[in-house]
Design a protein around this ligand. Structure first.
Ligand code: ZN
Length: 417
C-alpha cells in the first residue's frame, strides 16, 4: 500500500489532529490542526489519533551476530572479553548463507518494531574473513524495499593484533560496505591502540569514508582513546564524519577530565552512540557495590551539543542474550539508566532513536516535514511518554511512502493522557 495521506494523526509538539499528504515517497504537506477526526478516503491511512514519528534509526547494531546465541558457547562471566573470545572461535565456521538468513531476520524484526534506518557493524577480522560481510550485504539486497541499511567494516580483533584485518577492511569497502570501523581498546597496549586509530583514519582517507569506532567500551578510567579520536579527527579534517560508539570509560573519568573530553568531542563534531542494554549488561562486571551502570555521560554530552543516538547493538548473541530488535526498549532502558524521565529528557531520549539519530547516521532531515522522505512510523499511542512507557508495535511503518509493516492487532484508538 502506498497511501496518499495519513489522516487523524498527532504530532509530537502540537495539539490537535493532523493530515499528512504524501507524494512520490516524500512528505508533500501538512494540514491541520483539526479538533475532530476527518473521514478517511480509501487511499488514506487512518492513524486514529495516534502519533506519527520519523521511522526509528538504529544507529548501532551487529546484524552478523544477530541470533547467533546457539552457535556460540555460553558467556559465563558476562564480560565483553569472554564474548569476543567465544565469538572468535565460532565465527571461523559460520557461512555467508547462515549470516544472510540471520541478518535478514533481524532486519525484518527491527522494521516490524518501527525501525527504518540501521547502521550495522560487520566483523571483517581474519577469522571472519569476508564471509560475514558477504552475508550482510546479501541481506541488504533482500530487504532494500524495507529500510535503509548502512554498513561499517569492523575489525573485531584489532588491526595491530590482527594485521590481516587491514586488507579485509579495504576489500569490504570495495564490496559495498560504507564506513571504516575500529576498536582500539582491543589492542594489547595503549601505544598499539593509538596506532590502530591512525590506521582507521588512513583507511578512511584512502576511501573517503566516514568512521564509526567502538571506543573505550570498558569501565577502566585509564582507557582514554576517545580523546585521541577527537584529536585525530581535527588533525585530519574529519570533523562531522566520525562516530564514537559506547564511550563507557567517560563515565568513570573524574569530573575535570570528563568535562575536558566532552568539550573536545564537541569541538571535533564527533557523534556518540550509546547502547543501553548491552552497556548495562557487560559493564560493571568487575565492580562489587556500588556497581557502575556502564553507559557514557549521555545528558552531559547532549547538553554540550554533541549529537547522540541510541543503538540496539546486539540481538540474542554472545555479547547480549536479551536483545530483540525493539529499539524503543533501548530508549526505555536509557531513560532509566541516565535518569531522563522528565518531559524534556523523555523527548530527547526518543529523538536519540529518530531525528537526532538521523543526524548521527548522516540523514540531515529525518523529520516529519514537507520535503522529507516519507520514512515514518504510525503508533497506536498519542504522546511521547506513552510511546516509551507502552512500547507498542507501530500501527504502520512506511519506507519511501510505502507501508512495509503493519501491526495485526487492532488497538483501541489512542486517547492521549
Ligand atoms: Zn557494537
Amino acid at each position: 500500500m502506498e497511501p496518499t495521506r495519513i489522516v487523524n494523526h498527532r504530532r509530537r509538539d502540537f495539539a490537535g489532529l493532523w493530515t499528512l499528504r504524501l507524494d512520490g515517497g516524500r512528505v508533500a504537506g501538512l494540514d491541520g490542526p483539526y479538533d475532530a477526526p476527518v473521514p478517511a478516503p480509501p487511499e488514506a491511512l487512518d492513524a486514529r489519533g495516534g502519533l506519527v514519528t520519523p521511522a526509528l534509526v538504529d544507529a548501532h547494531v551487529h546484524l552478523d551476530l544477530a541470533y547467533s546465541l546457539e552457535l556460540v558457547p555460553e558467556n559465563e562471566s558476562g564480560t565483553l572479553h569472554e564474548a569476543i573470545r567465544h565469538w572468535a572461535r565460532a565465527k571461523a565456521g559460520i557461512s555467508a548463507a547462515n549470516t544472510r538468513a540471520r541478518a535478514r531476520r533481524a532486519i525484518e524484526t527491527e522494521v516490524s518494531y518501527g525501525t527504518g534506518i540501521l547502521r550495522s557493524h560487520v566483523d571483517v577480522g581474519s577469522a571472519a574473513g569476508l564471509r560475514l560481510a558477504e552475508g550482510v550485504l546479501a541481506a541488504r539486497e533482500d530487504t532494500v524495499r524495507l529500510c535503509k541499511l548502512e554498513l561499517v567494516a569492523f575489525p573485531q580483533d584489532g588491526l595491530i593484533r590482527d594485521p590481516g584485518a587491514v586488507e579485509n577492511v579495504r576489500q569490504a569497502l570495495r564490496s559495498g560496505v560504507d564506513l571504516v570501523g575500529g576498536i582500539p581498546h582491543i589492542e594489547r597496549v595503549p601505544r598499539d591502540g593509538r596506532r590502530h586509530l591512525e590506521l582507521v583514519f588512513d583507511l578512511a582517507a584512502e576511501f573517503d569514508t566516514n568512521i564509526d569506532v567502538h571506543i573505550d567500551e570498558t569501565d577502566d578510567p585509564s582507557s582514554r582513546y576517545v580523546e585521541h579520536l577527537a584529536a585525530l579527527t581535527i588533525e585530519r579534517g574529519w570533523q562531522g564524519r566520525v562516530t564514537a560508539s559506547h564511550v563507557c570509560a567517560l563515565a568513570s573519568y573524574d569530573e575535570v577530565h570528563a568535562a575536558r573530553v566532552i568539550e573536545l568531542l564537541a569541538e571535533a563534531r564527533i557523534s556518540v552512540v550509546t547502547n543501553p542494554g548491552v552497556n548495562l549488561h557487560l559493564q560493571g562486571r568487575f565492580d562489587a557495590y556500588p556497581k557502575r551502570r556502564g553507559l557514557t555521560r549521555v545528558r552531559a554530552l547532549l547538553d554540550a551539543g554533541v549529537p547522540c543516538a541510541v543503538g540496539q547493538d546486539c540481538i540474542q548473541d554472545p555479547f547480549y542474550p536479551l536483545g530483540r530488535g525493539q529499539l524503543l526498549e533501548q530508549v526505555f532502558l536509557l531513560v532509566h539508566a541516565e535518569h531522563m524521565s522528565g518531559p524534556a529528557r523523555l523527548k530527547q531520549a526518543l529523538e536519540m532513536a529518530c531525528c537526532r539519530a538521523g543526524e548521527v547516521v548522516g540523514l540531515g532531515h529525518h523529520k516529519v516535514q514537507p520535503g522529507a522522505s516519507a520514512n515514518l512510523a504510525v503508533w497506536p499511542v498519542a504522546t511521547v511518554a506513552e510511546l516509551i512507557r507502552e512500547r507498542p508495535r507501530p500501527r504502520a511503518v512506511l519506507h519511501d511512502g510505502r507501508v512495509v509493516a503493519e501491526s495485526a492487532r487492532e488497538d483501541s484508538p489512542a486517547s492521549g493522557e
